[in-house]
Design a protein around this ligand. Structure first.
Ligand SMILES: Nc1ncnc2c1ncn2[C@@H]1O[C@H](COP(=O)(O)OP(=O)(O)OP(=O)(O)O)[C@@H](O)[C@H]1O
Length: 274
């Protein structure tokens, strides 16, 4: 594989948390790579370390957690060696994140348009007019109808699924090198989930961005991820091409996740923890 294509290379990542005088190794020796135009899925039960792994890449770990060992190479440079100032620049130019609940990402008192335009102008060299035009383009890319009208609306006027797509449109507006989506479909009904998966497919087919997709739903991973890692209790217990892992799961937890695929379609429940 051409090394130039690798966007994110996480090597032997270890994260500890410390709360109430107790230290816990919550991520242990986790390694993975994502190339341009590829989607890597991370699956695993609640508390297995998926979110802290993502937050460490963004340099946004909470005060009660820290990376104790490892490397996070973004296009070859180790983010763990970056200063806070450099990280802010990296987050603006190269990384973007979408979380489960888009409502908390928006200011309820401002229109979608003003927030979209403000963020675009913060990230890039846009006039207000150019930013407004680009916002319309991004919303169209997300297959959202009537983007001009949508930009005049307030967050509470949109459904969760629409807001999530607005968030994704905004997140990829400046073609980040790495797009991290942490449970982007979990709070959505099946129709909106499909819209979000289509949005991810579109980003993938543009071929410029590496995508890290966290989910506990194997259906979602199966739909868009080229490769998958399965985490349990802070460790990778299985990894490989998504189709191979699903066809031939080796680990007991992976088997459960795969079996729950059909169940999840109807109930959206998380599989029982082992
Ligand atoms: N801010 C924090 N301070 C201390 N410990 C934390 C903090 N956030 C998470 N943890 C602990 O770290 C471990 C990993 O949590 P993490 O949120 O990464 O799991 P997750 O796999 O993303 O779970 P979920 O699917 O529920 O979001 C858990 O044991 C959790 O309790």
């Amino acid at each position: 594989m051409d090394h130039d294509e690798t966007v994110l290379d996480v090597q032997c990542l270890n994260i500890e948390t410390f709360m109430q005088q107790e230290t816990m190794r919550v991520v242990q020796d986790v390694s993975f790579r994502i190339d341009k135009g590829q989607v890597l899925g991370i699956v695993g039960e609640s508390g297995c370390g998926k979110s802290l792994t993502c937050m460490s890449i963004l340099g946004l770990l909470p005060d009660t957690a820290r990376v104790t060992q490892g490397k996070i190479l973004l296009k070859g440079s180790n983010l763990l060696d970056s200063s806070e100032k450099e990280l802010i620049q990296v987050r603006r130019r190269l990384l973007s994140l979408v979380l489960q609940n888009p409502m908390i990402a928006f200011n309820p008192l401002k229109t979608i348009g003003s927030q979209f335009i403000e963020t675009l102008r913060l990230q890039g060299n846009y006039t207000r007019k150019q930013a407004a035009e680009h916002a319309v383009y991004c919303l169209k890319e997300m297959n959202l109808a009537e983007p001009d009208r949508l930009l005049r609306q307030y967050p509470f006027e949109l459904s969760g699924g629409m807001l999530q797509r607005v968030m994704i449109g905004l997140a990829i507006a400046n073609q980040p090198s790495l797009f991290i989506a942490d449970e982007p479909t979990t709070a959505l009904d099946s129709v909106n989930r499909e819209h979000v998966l289509n949005a991810i497919r579109r980003i993938k087919s543009a071929g410029e961005t590496a995508i890290l997709l966290v989910s506990h739903d194997m259906n979602v991973i199966e739909a868009v991820a080229d490769n998958v890692i399965v985490m349990n209790k802070g460790k990778i217990v299985e990894s490989g091409k998504t189709s191979d892992v699903i066809r031939n799961p080796r680990n007991e937890y992976t088997k459960l996740l795969c079996e729950s695929r059909f169940l999840n379609h109807h109930t959206k429940e998380e599989p029982r923890a082992l």
